[in-house]
Every structure is written in C-alpha cells, then in structure tokens.
Design a protein around this ligand. Structure first.
Ligand code: FE2
Ligand code: FE2
Length: 179
C-alpha cells in the first residue's frame, strides 16, 4: 500500500503547492509526506542503514570495554555519573534511528509488531538502568548500575544484529520486490 502511494507520488498526483485550505488536515498530510520520504529512502538504503548501525555498535563496544576497565578505579559517584551521561547521550540518537527504522519497516507486518515492542522495551530498560545511577546512594551502587547497563546494551546489540536487522532488511527487500 505504502509502496503504491510512493509510485503515485512520483507520477505527480501529489501536489505540494496545494494550500492548507485544500488539505483538510495539513499536519496529517505533512506526517504522511515525512513517512513516505523515510520509507522511500529506506527502500533504497535499508542495508546501508543497518550496516551503519552495526558499525556504531562496534564503536560503542570499544568505548564500553574502556569504561568497564575504568569502573573499579572510580572512587567518586560523580565520576560514574559522568560516564553514565556519556553512554546515555551516545545511545540516544542510535536508539532513535533504530526505532524509526523498525517502526516504518515492520509496523505494517502484524506478526513483527512484537519485535518492535521488544526493541522499545530493551531501550527502555537500558535507559532505566542509566537513570538509576542519577539517584544511586553511593559509588558502589552507581558502578553496579553502570555495569548492568553496559551488559544489557551488549546483549541488546547481539539481538539486533542476529534478529532485528536481518528481519528489517528482509522486509524492506520483500517490499521493494512487490512494489
Ligand atoms: Fe537498540
Ligand atoms: Fe543498536
């Protein structure tokens, strides 16, 4: 359905110059436009995007290893909080890209909605572990939460590379073939 809408748009049935009055719900129209652009781009770049995400995992793992080595030497909770902030900030954009990609690629496939839900759940759990560090009662607890967040992230990356990304690539490929 979405693919058909894209091809219709390419033939010029969508007029971006129509006034808001001609569009009953301009916000809805803009939302549809955004999604079509994303889907169109992803059909072409699905593999490139997942490859880039795998590359980001490698970079994260290198940093996580360094943090795990440093952790036992940290004696102040403030130091643990700073590292947690660094991890949180780095993961934020990465997770957002994954959620957009998974949502657009898989949300119209009912049997894959559980996978999208698992993605959100994992991200939420990692965020929660990192947030707990902000209210930790001491450096030892802070270190434990940060270690748990890093371990949960590593496990999550493996799940994405083994299950989520291949599923997204397969779905986008199937969508392109049936367009
Ligand atoms: Fe993720
Ligand atoms: Fe990821």
């Amino acid at each position: 359905m979405i693919l058909k809408q894209i091809s219709l748009r390419k033939k010029g049935t969508f007029d971006p110059n129509r006034t808001p009055a001609a569009l009953p719900d301009r916000n809805l129209q803009l939302g549809v436009e955004w999604r079509l652009n994303i889907v169109g781009g992803m059909l072409l770049k699905g593999n490139m995007i997942t490859n880039a995400l795998v590359g980001e995992h490698s970079a994260f793992l290198t940093v996580f290893n360094q943090i795990e080595r440093l952790l036992p030497r940290l004696s102040r909770l403030e130091e643990v909080k700073m590292l947690a902030e660094l991890v949180e900030g780095s993961l934020l954009e990465h997770a957002s890209k994954e959620e957009s990609l998974a949502s657009v690629a898989l949300e119209h496939v009912p049997k894959d909605r559980e996978v999208v839900a698992s993605l959100h759940q994992d991200h939420h759990e990692i965020d929660h572990l990192l947030a707990l560090i902000k209210s930790a009662d001491g450096v030892a607890t802070g270190r434990q939460f940060l270690k748990a967040a890093l371990e949960a992230s590593c496990k999550h990356f493996q799940w994405e590379e083994k299950l989520l990304f291949p599923l997204i690539e397969k779905t986008l490929k199937r969508g392109t073939a049936s367009a």
